[in-house]
Design a protein around this ligand. Sequence first.
Ligand SMILES: CCCCC/C=C/C(=O)SCCNC(=O)CCNC(=O)[C@H](O)C(C)(C)COP(=O)(O)OP(=O)(O)OC[C@H]1O[C@@H](n2cnc3c(N)ncnc32)[C@H](O)[C@@H]1OP(=O)(O)O
Ligand SMILES: Cc1cc2nc3c(=O)[nH]c(=O)nc-3n(C[C@H](O)[C@H](O)[C@H](O)COP(=O)(O)OP(=O)(O)OC[C@H]3O[C@@H](n4cnc5c(N)ncnc54)[C@H](O)[C@@H]3O)c2cc1C
Length: 672
Amino acid sequence: MKANRPKRDVHPDLARERLKCNFNIEEVTNIIDGGKDKTLERKKIEDIALNNGACLDEIPDECLSIKERYENAIRKSCIYSNIVRNEMLEITGMENFESPVLRRTADAFFKDISPFMLHLGMFVPTLIGQSTPEQMAEWLPKALDMKIIGAYAQTELGHGTFIRGLETTATYDPDKEEFVLHSPTITSYKWWAGGLGKTANHCVVMAQLYTQGECHGTHLFIVQIRDLDTHMPLPGIKVGEIGPRMGFSSADNGFLGFNSFRIPRQNMLMKHAKVEKDGCYVKSAKHGKLTYGTMVFIRVTLVSEMSFNLSKAATIAIRYSAVRRQTELRPNEPEPQILDYPTQQHKLFICIATAHAFQLTSKWLWDTFQAVMADVRKGNVDALPELHALSSCLKAVSTSDALSHIEQCRFACGGHGYMLSSNLPFIYSFVAATRTYEGDYTVLLLQTARFLVKAWEQAESGNNVTPTVAYLNRTANTKRVVWDNTHEGIIQSFQAIAAGKIGQCVRSIRDRIKSGMDYEDAWLMTTVQLVAAAEAHCRAVLVNTYWNEMIRLTKSSSANVKTVMHQLAVLYLMYWALEKTGDLLKYSSVSKQDLDDLQRRYEELLAALRPNAVSLVDAFDLRDEILHSSLGSYDGCVYERLMEEAQKSPLNAEPVNPSFHKYIKPLMQGKL
Ligand SMILES: CCCCC/C=C/C(=O)SCCNC(=O)CCNC(=O)[C@H](O)C(C)(C)COP(=O)(O)OP(=O)(O)OC[C@H]1O[C@@H](n2cnc3c(N)ncnc32)[C@H](O)[C@@H]1OP(=O)(O)O
Ligand SMILES: Cc1cc2nc3c(=O)[nH]c(=O)nc-3n(C[C@H](O)[C@H](O)[C@H](O)COP(=O)(O)OP(=O)(O)OC[C@H]3O[C@@H](n4cnc5c(N)ncnc54)[C@H](O)[C@@H]3O)c2cc1C
């Protein structure tokens, strides 16, 4: 269904805002996209998606029943997959099936989540990362061609974080050369996998491998769960949807149980370890955690996903703030645009800067990931611990920061931000899930902390450490860094804070051990500090990477683009310095006067960015079809769109609801 929307003139306030712009918007868009050619490619792909049936639903998704919503999502997923398969992959290249551009176009089809998201998002990457060449040849073409549809079933009712505690078993039977999958307890039921409930006919299952009477820990298996023709669950499979949740409403997250269900031996994904026909277990992996590879991959991609979501929320809130007027400043003066309030600028400009910070950092992280994976393919796993530490903390902090900034965007839109038609609640509930899935915030920061404590000990004893913690070699034995209010000074202060906190953790652990605790208890008692230290390390990485990448990418930019990109990066540094004044006072020589100066400069920077605010979000180049927002459309016709969306409420389909005659009238008449 294609809804015809009237074309409207741009709201005069937004038109005026665009006239104030003093930089070349397209240049900034190119930087965000990763180059002019990438922008052209993105636009081409978006045109294909939007011209081929991406549509606004006549009835908003949220007004449908759970069943209708799922069915509508499947309908659109099939149209979308067909376009991806037949047209988009020709442009990106088959190997780039996970391109963020494809992810971006999906938003034109789905306000919520496609039930196919986990197929391309996790099932296919797991096949690529965990299969032998023979297995890849068998499964991958079918998966890419949608001949089979998969999910990633790792988490169970009883365990998500602690993977080694998973209970599903895969026991090898050498007589039949098969694995027997079994769910021994209710807590061993797979739970949460996206697309598993009703859509997938296959899934990757993580299970404890038993062969020759011995358990070899968790391994991955590819399992057909439904008949390809009738779609009925196969005998021995119990599968269903887990029920309504905060977001992901059309993603049919599922449960799955096995009753002695048999799969061929070849269905164990055997890139890193295998079971021979006779049941002999052979491990080829040089690192014990290579089976966790899909999770590392997704954590890496989530940083750019957070940039995308934040850019959507910022676009909505800033365009709305330019047309919304509220409260006379002085009697008989026109009410100002709410974007003129410095408090509003404080809530919103950091969202633009953070979207840039995450986007630029995500490209750097992606390159790091590719380089480490190339080494791993050659048998060198030395850089894996650093990649794990880096991807863990960046996933944790980017999802957490994006979530709180998106909430600020909603606050910035007052009551209208609470409307589903603003799209802010959808963006928020989607990002809320990212803080938990692929590794909970606290748990991942504690993984980074393990790495940091080891790095600290190395630096303390004078050994060189790996690049992302190289600052420890400079700062591990320094007490307080000298405050300097330049960008270099602020970056060094963040490194000093991180080093100071890691050092404090090490001392706390040692003190606790000295007082009689064993290492595990000393670590446990220190975990509140360890999480804070890992967060501080991540902030040091973020400010440093954002700054360096911004300088590198604007080398050949025009003067005004350089200025505005520079202003955003400085804003990011100052915002976080002011958020962390307690830490600065503890770990640098900053004075009260320095902090007052920093606050004043921050406020001046908000004012300097104000004229370019709307154009900076225009530079994200998010088409209305992707934004899905009554508050954020390019024309700024907010009130007309809110009213238009309200008319679509099923409650407005009839002037009097039958419940009036059934309940209210009898109540009014005392007849109930
Ligand atoms: C399109 C996207 C949609 C996504 C929808 C959502 C999908 C999902 O959520 S799928 C399920 C994702 N689940 C998780 O992310 C679970 C989180 N838990 C874990 O990742 C792990 O269990 C753990 C890291 C928290 C702990 O694992 P465990 O096996 O217990 O390991 P240890 O704590 O004993 O650590 C041993 C050693 O290994 C290092 N390590 C752990 N993971 C990795 C890794 N991926 N790569 C490299 N190294 C890893 C760990 O740091 C330890 O090192 P040492 O300190 O040197 O001993
Ligand atoms: C929308 C959504 C989609 C998902 N999709 C999938 C999917 O497709 N496939 C799949 O397999 N899984 C999926 N998951 C599951 C997800 O990966 C897990 O929920 C996540 O890893 C967290 O694990 P948990 O639920 O066991 O939380 P828990 O580990 O039980 O966490 C509960 C609390 O305990 C704390 N905690 C736990 N362990 C520790 C520790 N060692 N130290 C300190 N604190 C700790 C946590 O910080 C948290 O505050 C999805 C989840 C959601 C919400």
